[in-house]
Design a protein around this ligand. Structure first.
Ligand SMILES: NC(=O)c1ccc[n+]([C@@H]2O[C@H](COP(=O)([O-])OP(=O)(O)OC[C@H]3O[C@@H](n4cnc5c(N)ncnc54)[C@H](OP(=O)(O)O)[C@@H]3O)[C@@H](O)[C@H]2O)c1
Length: 229
């Protein structure tokens, strides 16, 4: 599995694109409209963060969500959670059919200020990952890595000792494939906790309100959780 598509140009997409390229994967990063994205102004008249990243990483392919999804053998959804279904619709169902779709997004609701909550219709007795699986039934959705800062996702060794990464999804073979992918990022088998089918995303997405408050208290995101007994 060498061709990876990243659907999302934010910090998570950029972090994965750089790391996966270093690891030898053939990567493409997707956006709505590449020319518009590169031309969009950033803060204080500077280039936006994606344009700056793209300039430094011109060896990494970039294209539309559709072009990225068509290229990828495995797709990573690293888009804004509230718009993830829209992003995947732009990627086109035919480009997701039969493929492993790793969902790293969170259904955050910023409408009531900071810290965000969870989008009501995508939480409690539902989840974004389930909604993605329902909307794209031929994709093999695997939820993982969404419960930590992206620097840890791509290099778990930056945290000393054992710390947990949850995984869930309906397709056992897809989960096995993703576990192997996680191993290449540095995740040890003992630290990958399989919680079962995709409905477990209700729990792992609900980690975010806790994570955000720890972040608020500690003023840093380079931490993770561990299970002790
Ligand atoms: N930051 C972290 O460390 C971290 C940790 C855990 C989980 N996550 C999750 O990872 C995901 C990515 O986070 P991020 O901060 O890197 O990026 P983000 O700002 O949440 O999302 C950026 C992507 O979403 C797309 N997007 C935004 N609004 C859209 C709309 N209305 N229609 C279509 N596409 C839209 C953007 O498209 P364009 O490229 O066209 O602008 C862009 O590619 C999020 O779901 C987040 O909750 C992040």
């Amino acid at each position: 599995m060498k061709k990876i598509a990243l659907l999302g140009t934010g910090t998570v997409g950029q972090t994965f694109a750089t790391r996966l390229t270093t690891l030898g994967y053939d990567v493409i990063i997707g956006t709505r409209n590449l020319q518009e994205k590169l031309a969009a102004p950033g803060k204080d008249g500077a280039k936006n963060s994606f344009a700056q990243w793209h300039e430094k990483n011109s060896n990494i392919k970039a294209g539309t969500f559709e072009e990225a999804a068509a290229f990828g053998e495995m797709i990573l959804n690293v888009s804004n959670g509230a718009n993830a279904i829209a992003v995947l619709n732009l990627a086109k169902a035919k480009n997701l059919d039969g493929k492993v779709l790793v969902d790293i997004s969170n259904p955050l609701d910023f409408s009531k200020g900071m810290p965000p909550g969870l989008i009501p219709e995508l939480s409690n007795f539902n989840s974004l990952a389930e909604e993605i699986q329902k909307t794209f039934p031929n994709a093999k959705v695997v939820k993982t890595l969404n419960t930590m800062w992206c620097g840890i996702m791509v290099d778990p060794s930056i945290i000393k000792g054992d710390h947990v990464n949850y995984i869930c999804g309906n397709d056992e073979a897809a989960k096995t494939e993703v576990k192997t992918f996680l191993n290449t990022l540095g995740w040890k088998d003992q630290n990958i906790l399989d919680l079962g089918d995709i409905t477990s995303a209700r729990g792992t997405e609900a980690v975010l309100p806790v994570w955000l408050r720890i972040y608020g208290a500690k003023k840093m995101g380079a931490f993770n959780f561990n299970i002790v007994s």
